[in-house]
Design a binder for this molecule. Structure first.
Ligand code: NAD
Ligand code: TYD
Length: 350
């Protein structure tokens, strides 16, 4: 049986990647390694945790001995590395946590994989999941390609950029068979409500102000999270070793337009009069160093591997809003912190 280690599998994107791989590859052992920080939530995986090819290991990527033990125990053939601190605003208030997990943690993963696979790199694969934020900020025109010069501007994007460089260095220096992807903003179920879309949905529901940073004209390219998971699968299996692939939704929105759209959908789904939610919009102080625009050119991925997003934004957006309304308990548990008790109850026997 082959074995894949997925780090950060209890988080937003990681949980969709874990579910995708567990369901799609029943003969492959999928090991989810997660420290269960504030962002990790095993509730996200409740529907698949009973499946025989799924395993959970609680641990920190800062602990190299623990990682080496995991490689020994499961004899991994592949790694998909998502574990990270992921929120830009938190990186501004607590940058060192980002250096530790995103930089040192990634180097630990590289180091342990290289040692475990020494002399037997053939057929192995280390996949590093990164972000388009490493490329910096675009003006009104243009797109990020895989050739765009790195120009990170927040502690978060600087830490991710640094990790990308280390991944490439391990490939060139030690022959580690790596592949990387840089993806645009994701949206969908299980998104932690500190990020724009789930925060707005949650606040609309509660009738709380909707904080829009600065002039609201900042632009992001949004991708349905399950499409990111399918792109990771495609790149993991078909991507060329040593290569980087940009992943995007070809779906740019100015924040204020996106919030307007979300307000209208929520009014409709909640049976409120149109315009109710828009009244909650409040322009607030801007984020320091706020990147103006991100937009991805994903033609390399399309041309080489044939991957394209599966759904239109209007559809994904509506499904996301509906998911949060249907999963009020998930949202409340996250907001109250109750979800953290789940692990203790569920795994106390281990
Ligand atoms: P997330 O914050 O929702 O999840 C991160 C997960 O990593 C959590 O489960 C957390 O418990 C775990 N983790 C954190 N520190 C750890 C540590 N030291 N050891 C072990 N586990 C640890 O993040 P996300 O939004 O799902 O992002 C996942 C990855 O995708 C990140 O690498 C991020 O940079 C990248 N990415 C995110 C987006 C996006 O829009 N969210 C876009 C492109 C790339
Ligand atoms: P976010 O979801 O934090 O993702 P990122 O900063 O990684 O792109 O933010 C998306 C955009 O929304 C970004 O331009 C910042 C903005 N934003 C707000 O206007 N208000 C908010 O409360 C948040 C969290 C973000």
């Amino acid at each position: 049986m082959s074995s894949i280690l997925i780090s950060g599998g209890a988080g937003f994107i990681g949980s969709h990647v874990v579910r995708h791989f567990v369901n799609r590859y029943p003969d492959t052992r999928i090991v989810n390694l997660d420290a269960l920080t504030y962002a990790g939530n095993l509730e996200n995986l409740r529907d698949i945790e009973h499946l025989p090819n799924y395993h959970f290991e609680k641990g920190n990527i800062l602990d190299r001995d623990f990682l080496a033990g995991l490689f020994e125990k499961y004899q991994f053939d592949g790694v998909i590395h998502l574990a990270a601190e992921s929120h830009v605003d938190r990186s501004i208030s607590d940058p060192l946590a980002f250096v530790e997990t995103n930089v040192i943690g990634t180097v630990n993963m590289l180091q342990v994989a290289t040692q475990a696979w020494k002399g037997q790199m053939d057929g192995k694969r280390f996949y590093h999941v990164s972000t388009d934020e490493v490329y910096g900020s675009l003006g009104e025109e243009g797109f990020f390609t895989e050739e765009t010069r790195y120009d990170p501007r927040s502690p978060y994007s600087a830490s991710k950029a640094s990790s990308d460089h280390f991944v490439r260095a391990w490939h060139h220096t030690y022959g580690l068979p790596v592949v990387l992807s840089n993806c645009s903003n994701n949206y969908g179920p299980n998104h932690f409500p500190e990020k724009l879309i789930p925060l707005m949905i949650s606040n609309i529901r509660q009738g709380k102000p909707l904080p829009v940073y600065g002039d609201g004209l900042y632009t992001r390219d949004w991708l349905w999270v399950k499409d990111h998971a399918s792109a990771i699968d495609a790149i993991f299996h078909q991507g060329r070793v040593g290569e980087t692939y940009n992943i995007g939704g070809n779906n740019e929105w100015k924040n204020i337009d996106l919030v307007h759209q979300l307000c209208d959908i929520m009014d409709e789904l909640l049976g409120r009069a149109q315009g109710t939610a828009r009244q909650l919009i409040t322009f607030v102080k801007d984020r320091p160093g706020h990147d103006r625009r991100y937009a991805i050119d994903a033609s390399k991925l399309r041309n080489e591997i044939g991957w394209e997003p599966s759904i239109r934004f209007e559809e994904g957006f509506r499904m996301t809003a509906q998911w949060y309304l249907d999963n009020e308990a998930w949202l409340q548990d996250v907001i109250s912190g109750n979800y953290q008790e789940y692990y203790d109850k569920q795994y106390a026997r281990k």
